[in-house]
Design a protein around this ligand. Structure first.
Ligand code: GTR
Length: 354
């Protein structure tokens, strides 16, 4: 497995602009800014500054599940350079006393969600903020929603992944003000295109204690070099608007890119990262998602935390690896975010109190 990784010839993760090796957690702190800048300019686009204040207004609320939980529909508003902006999201909070750790769950609304074990998540004490990303900006090239209130730069202007990630960070701004939410234990989670979004959101916003990218594949967890499945060319021709314009220039030139997806994963270090794949999800390329976790791990090591803890072998199906700073599982089956995936994320959060 380590030989397979060497064969991918990835750009070095821990070498600075002068070619010096990053050896300390402190050096990593400044190096990560360079990596963020690289991925911003070449892949996802540059994220604008956060607004100074975010206002939340409860539009509706009612109790659920025999009063075990409160469901609220909340409208967030803030000022952007070209006008004010607001969007709605849903918050489910256990009614039991205490401060509740939270999942910020990105959802697309393009598939009905049959698999989230909502009652179980709430019973285990977690709140869930459901963020329908279409309320932030549509999953299309249209410059609507958030896209309409920020000026865009031609080459490095943010794509929809960047906008959705920014919206999720604004939800966290609001959750930080709530007395019954433990916002220091906030996990951002998404699947597929929203797995890419969760990884990019958590990479930038260090307030998230845990970052979960499920089935995120190409431009998410999966290494672009040497893999099978979706390529930069395939993704940028179908979904150019997810990214900045510069990204499409790397189509067919993966081997020349000054970055690869292990850098995205490394940006979560030394916090908890959880990457999950599905064994039959060939388009997302589980092997490249796993090798990316292995390659990213040295960012944790340099911060004094073990990264992915695994033997020199590919993972077994349905055998989660949770003990290090980088966690991974390959669930048996196809491309979806299932109940079993959730149960392993919950187990990990419970076990490590994150
Ligand atoms: C696919 C796309 C993938 C993945 C997926 C999804 O069509 O090629 O990168 O994001 O959509 O979001 O379901």
């Amino acid at each position: 497995m380590y030989q397979d990784l060497k064969d991918r010839r990835l750009p070095a993760l821990l070498t600075d602009a002068e070619g010096k090796r990053i050896e300390t957690a402190e050096a990593w702190r400044s190096h990560r800014k360079r990596l963020l800048d690289l991925l911003s300019r070449q892949e996802y686009g540059v994220t604008p500054d956060a607004p100074k204040t975010v206002r939340g207004e409860i539009l509706k609320e009612r109790q659920l599940l025999g009063q075990k939980a409160l469901r609220q529909l909340i409208r967030l508003s803030f000022q952007a350079p070209l006008g004010s902006f607001s969007f709605e999201f849903e918050l489910l909070t256990p009614t039991a006393a205490g401060k509740h750790p939270v999942f910020l769950r990105l959802s697309g609304g393009f598939l009905p969600d049959f698999a989230t074990p909502t009652e179980e998540i709430l019973d285990r004490g977690y709140a869930i903020a459901n963020i329908h990303v279409g309320n932030i900006s549509s999953d299309s090239a249209a410059l609507d929603g958030l896209a309409a209130v920020y000026p865009a730069d031609a080459e490095t202007g943010w794509g929809k992944i960047g906008m959705w990630a920014f919206g999720a960070s604004r939800v966290l701004d609001y959750l930080e003000t709530l007395p019954d939410i433990d916002s220091r234990r906030a996990a951002i989670l998404g699947h597929s295109r929203l797995g890419k979004t969760a990884l990019w959101c958590g990479a930038q916003d260090e307030r998230f204690s845990m970052v979960i990218g499920a089935g995120s594949g190409c431009s998410g967890a999966a290494l672009a070099r040497g893999g099978a499945g979706e390529t930069v060319e395939a993704i940028t021709s179908r979904f150019p608007y997810w990214f900045c314009k510069n990204y499409a220039a790397w189509a067919g030139r993966e081997a020349e890119m000054p970055f690869d997806q292990h850098m995205l994963l490394a940006l979560t270090a030394p916090r908890k990262l959880y990457v999950s794949s599905a064994s039959e999800d060939e388009w997302a390329n589980p092997q490249s998602e796993f090798l990316s976790c292995v390659a990213a791990s040295e960012a944790w090591t340099v911060c004094g935390v073990p990264g992915l803890v695994t033997p020199d072998d590919y993972p077994r199906v349905d055998a989660p690896l949770m003990s290090g700073g980088v966690c991974y599982h390959m669930r048996k089956g196809k491309h979806f975010l299932g109940r079993q995936d959730w149960l392993w994320y919950l187990e990990c959060r419970d076990r490590f109190h994150i």
